[in-house]
Design a protein around this ligand. Structure first.
Ligand code: GLN
Length: 213
């Protein structure tokens, strides 16, 4: 019997700089089809995007105005998960200092907010009331959360991972600890979005070629 091909969503990882390999590794271990994305026209070939940690100012420089416009279009249309510098790019407002961002999630974020002495640390936070080890590296802090934003994870009762619609952000590095829950959550969003988009396009095709009775 021929095996029916079941289409699977392709998850892109922005691979301009930063720790994109760790994300690729984690997503692949969870069974995702992963593609590293370096050029803006590749945004059209993916069904979800991870923006890794690194240095947000470098992302802005490497992407330039055109790259940011393409990225903005991508995160409006597809699920996105930004970690650390990626979370900074997804915010509505950035401080310390202010810089352009995509506004995918209604949060205000403060760069390098934990100060020099604890510039990197491992914290014990919570996801859904269960303990979670969290790696923070020159991490930002979420200082304002809009009314439509859901808090997904917290450290010391402060939000460290949030979600709005199909966009997720974490101020820590879930790809660097053993806990796969945030990547699993993101892959769930990607899978549901992909299935819904396929259903819609099937309805569209039906409308274009109406069956005659
Ligand atoms: N401090 C970095 C920035 O402001 C983020 C650090 C990280 O991604 N680990 O962009």
């Amino acid at each position: 019997m021929p095996v029916r091909h079941i289409p699977q969503p392709v998850v892109g990882v922005l691979a301009l700089q930063g720790d994109f390999e760790a994300h690729r590794h984690r997503l692949a271990a969870l069974g995702a089809v992963v593609r590293l994305v370096k050029m803006p026209d590749q945004f059209r070939e993916i069904d979800g995007l991870v923006i890794p940690g690194g240095e947000s100012t470098n992302f802005l420089r490497l992407l330039g105005g055109q790259g940011m416009a393409a990225l903005r279009a991508c995160v409006r249309a597809r699920p996105v998960f930004g970690t650390c510098a990626g979370a900074i790019l997804l915010a509505a407002e950035v401080e310390n200092p202010a810089q352009p961002a995509l506004g995918a999630i209604d949060i205000r974020i403060r760069r390098n907010a934990y100060g020099r002495q604890i510039d990197s640390f491992i914290g014990q936070g919570r996801i859904d009331d269960q303990a979670c080890e969290m790696v923070f590296i020159r991490a930002p802090r979420i200082v304002r959360v809009g009314p439509r934003v859901e808090i997904v994870a917290a450290l010391d009762a402060q939000p460290v991972a949030v979600r709005q619609g199909t966009a997720m952000a974490a101020t820590f590095h879930p790809e660097l600890s053993d806990d796969p829950r945030l990547h699993e959550m993101f892959l769930g969003i990607v899978a549901r979005n992909f299935a819904a988009a396929r259903d819609l396009s099937a309805i569209d095709r039906g409308a274009q070629h109406p069956r005659t009775a």
